[in-house]
Design a binder for this molecule. Structure first.
Ligand code: FAD
Ligand code: SIN
Length: 538
């Protein structure tokens, strides 16, 4: 599909993961014109790789209070209890929606859902489709949006928001004095040019920022674009120091980090140190199923202590039919030379989930009129300092439902005339001229983040990271303003921007809480506070 220049929609969505697609469906069902723009193929998203599943209370032995308690405990004092209660309460209804849309969750022989267990959960409550839950959800949502008439444009990269304040600075007459969102600049990768799209409402559903780190479970799309765009538009971002490291990814020498779902530990696999001893009991009463921050730190400690570049996940001793329950993990381990039925899997932690994001209310609205955010890019207050496993797909689908209702009400009251938005002005120098510099900058950024802003931090390392990233930001920005943009340049620009925000957030937190552990402040501060960092300068 090709996007027409200056074409108007009621709602423009950036991103085609669970958040963007769920939101689009509901707003289109209400009769509004919805377009989704996505930077790669439509299914390419973190959602598509989700393995473990989606957490919700669906069994007789479980209840909302237990799910709330587990979420609050994992979040280490920083979750918003009201938000936690409301999102988790709505979960079971949204699971029904997914089933109606065609997601066939795995079930037991008696027809009841097969429920997985993951770190920090006191009960089995993770609905899953074997170990390919994300793909099953993504496929079902994509099939349904096509039926609802949502227009979906692949290979369109959202560059920046066009706000009223920005348009006024460029000499456009915009009624009123308030700031609000008017549209977007998008890079059409097929035609290699920038187009302008206007809309009274825009949803950021761009996912996380795992690609700021050298080692990550996230696919290449996860470059924090939505965070960078929001910050450049003058919005603060929240709690970005809480980057979640997943404890178990397959250790390969080429740096590829294939996720080994926590549900494997939920089915009984134990982590073993270099001498083959189970070690998690030393660190937490829940041992191998402790919250993720605890397990990732424990692995980091054991690896440093032994000098081994990985620990092992003891799959051969498991009672479960591994290839049947975990076909995706099984196939990928075999492909990488380890048969989990015969050998323990070598595993290491890797950057996995961005707990912070654009602060939103419980209807996905942000501080900028007309701008909404949903999914991993948003920060609702559900995850606090450490997300409970499998709560993110749930958050996205619950929040999309609530946000869609709010957007429909916003759109039905809106009577703005269409404004002709300023055209994009490109630089003269093809970005590809400096490819080698950009790829060097990217390598330096990812290594800096991994080495200095990782699982265990210190003020000195964070300050080093800050000074290096400052240089990278300066170099890339200087270059950006003269360049004819392309995808690698746009992504690196966003990655350095988000890395700067993460480091600034981490330096602000003078305590160790949840995923943020610093040697200089090893204890919890008395009063938990969110970290809001000021927008970056354009
Ligand atoms: P995504 O699904 O990441 O979608 C983002 C979309 O935005 C993509 O389509 C992307 O191409 C597009 N995009 C980004 N930037 C731009 C731009 N500038 N212009 C245009 N388009 C853009 N969570 C769970 O709850 N349970 C699990 O079992 C689970 N397993 C996981 C396993 C893996 C390997 C990973 C990586 C994550 C897992 N997570 C899991 C986390 C969960 O998958 C994500 O948090 C969730 O899918 C995020 O959904 P989203 O819609 O917000 O973003
Ligand atoms: C996993 O399957 O271990 C990932 C679950 C999650 O990130 O929520």
């Amino acid at each position: 599909m090709t996007a027409k220049k200056n074409k108007a929609y009621d709602l423009v969505i950036v991103g085609s993961g669970i958040a963007g697609l769920s939101f689009a469906l509901k707003v289109a069902q209400a009769g509004f014109r919805v377009a989704i723009f996505t930077k790669k193929d439509k299914a390419e998203s973190n959602t598509n790789y989700a393995q473990g599943g989606i957490a919700a209370v669906t069994s007789a032995g479980d209840d909302l209070d237990k799910h709330v308690k587990d979420t609050l405990e994992a979040g280490d004092g920083l979750c918003d209890p009201q938000v936690v209660h409301e999102i988790l309460r709505d979960g079971p209804e949204r699971i029904k929606d997914l089933i109606e849309l065609g997601v066939a969750f795995s079930s037991l022989q008696d027809g009841t859902p097969s429920l997985g267990k993951e770190g920090g959960h006191s009960e089995r409550r993770v609905l899953h489709v074997k170990d390919v839950t994300g793909k099953a959800i993504e496929d079902a949502l994509l099939a349904n949006i096509a039926k609802q008439g949502v227009e979906l444009f692949e290979h369109f990269f959202a560059i920046d928001l066009i706000t009223a304040s920005k348009a006024r600075k460029l000499g456009v007459k915009v009624n009123g004095e308030d700031d609000r969102v008017l549209g977007l600049y998008l890079y059409d990768a097929n035609k290699e040019k920038v187009v302008t799209v206007s809309a009274p409402a825009i949803l950021m559903a761009t996912g996380g920022a795992g690609q700021t780190y050298l080692y990550t479970t996230n696919p290449s799309i996860a470059t924090g674009d939505g965070l960078a765009m929001a910050s450049r538009s003058g919005l603060p971002v929240m709690n970005l120091e809480f980057m979640q490291f997943h404890p178990t990814t397959f250790h390969s020498l080429d740096g590829d980090r294939f996720l080994i779902t926590e549900a494997v530990r939920g089915e009984g696999a134990k982590l073993l140190d270099a001498k083959g001893r189970s070690f998690l009991k030393k660190y937490h009463p829940m041992a191998d199923l402790a919250p993720r921050d605890v397990v990732a730190r424990a692995i980091d400690r054991e690896m440093k202590r032994s000098g081994s570049p990985f620990v092992r996940l003891d799959t051969p001793s498991m009672k479960v039919d591994f290839p049947k329950r975990f076909p995706n993990v099984y196939e990928n381990c075999v492909k990488r030379g380890v048969d989990p039925l015969e050998r323990a899997i070598p595993v290491v932690p890797a950057a996995h989930y961005t707990c912070g994001g654009i602060p939103t209310k419980l209807d996905c609205s942000t501080n900028l009129d007309g701008l909404y955010a949903c999914g991993e890019v948003a920060c609702t207050g559900l995850h606090g300092a450490n997300r409970l496993a499998s709560n993110s797909l749930l958050e996205a689908v619950v929040m999309a439902h609530r946000g869609a209702e709010a957007v429909c009400s916003f759109l039905s009251k809106r009577k703005d005339k269409r404004i002709h938005l300023p055209d994009w002005v490109d630089g003269d120098v093809p970005a590809s001229d400096e490819r080698v510099v950009l790829s060097h900058n990217l390598d330096e950024l990812k290594r800096t983040m991994w080495d200095y802003v990782g699982i265990v931090r210190s003020t000195r390392r964070l300050e080093r990271a800050q000074s290096r990233i400052k240089n990278l930001v300066r170099e890339i920005n200087e270059y950006y303003w003269n360049a004819r943009v392309d995808l690698p340049l746009l992504e690196v620009r966003n990655l350095v921007c988000v890395a700067e925000l993460i480091v600034r957030s981490a330096l602000r937190r003078k305590e160790s809480r949840g995923l943020h552990y610093t040697l200089d402040y090893p204890d919890l501060a008395d009063t938990p506070e969110d970290t809001l960092v000021r927008p970056v300068r354009r």
